[in-house]
Design a protein around this ligand. Sequence first.
Ligand code: PDD
Length: 275
Amino acid sequence: VIGYYNGQYVNPSEAVIAIEERGHEFGDGIYEVIRVYGGRPFLLDWHIERLLNSLEAIRIASPYDAAGYERLMQEVLDKSGEREASIYVQITRGSAVRNHLFPEQDTVPNVSIVVRPVAPKGEQTPGKLLMQPDERWANVYIKTLNLLPNIVAKQTAHDAGADEALLVRDGLMIESASSNLWFVRNGELITAPTDRYILPGITRRYVLELARDLGIPVREEKLPREQLSSVDAIFITGTLAEIFAIDTVLSHPSIPISTSLPDVALHPVTVTPDT
Ligand code: PDD
């Protein structure tokens, strides 16, 4: 494990951030998580594109351009020596006296990176989702540090014996706490469109590309939760979740729907990098 903070290599468990830091005090920043396979960051250009979009959305002037991020992440990865890893990169508005207003021009963003080894998943058995209300704000397309509703939803799922949350907003099935949600019905893939209410997942984008290449029809649509029993299979996608098959959806007291799907003939697939 290796940490990087504003140009210095640090131990990620060591204190390096000021108390009066905007990410620390307000969650005023954004992040990305990139998976490294065989020493190569997977879909790095798409992650950097989304990182730049997130910064722009919350009006943080980017300290680097796309090539600069690529160089920096490669440098930290090389320093770590890891080949199967995750890269966490976080950019905040900077360190300043606590004030809701954005600080003056001379405040510069703080850049943190952690490279951590990841154990390849291999064969997996299908998992469970716990259906819950989506209590996040209305701009979840921005990958901000404000993950309280996500972590509580994921913990609630875990406490109920599930692997992930299935978040429902206005009666529609949106995504999971840290992954995107997919259904298979009548040979078609169904996933929510990239509006402000989902995180436009990089793995989602990759799966859309695979589906296009394989000629599998895709419908970008949010399914009403009542239609859960009409689907043939479910899976979730994410940088760390990869492609994870789901065979059971549990109900939550606040959303009284109980749908236990029969075993699905969908085998977990591991996304492997281009060679
Ligand atoms: N989570 N939806 C949400 C809410 C997410 O937080 C994530 C990623 C995804 C999947 O996006 P991607 O395929 O780009 O990883 C969907 C990251 C991995 C995390 O917070 O750790």
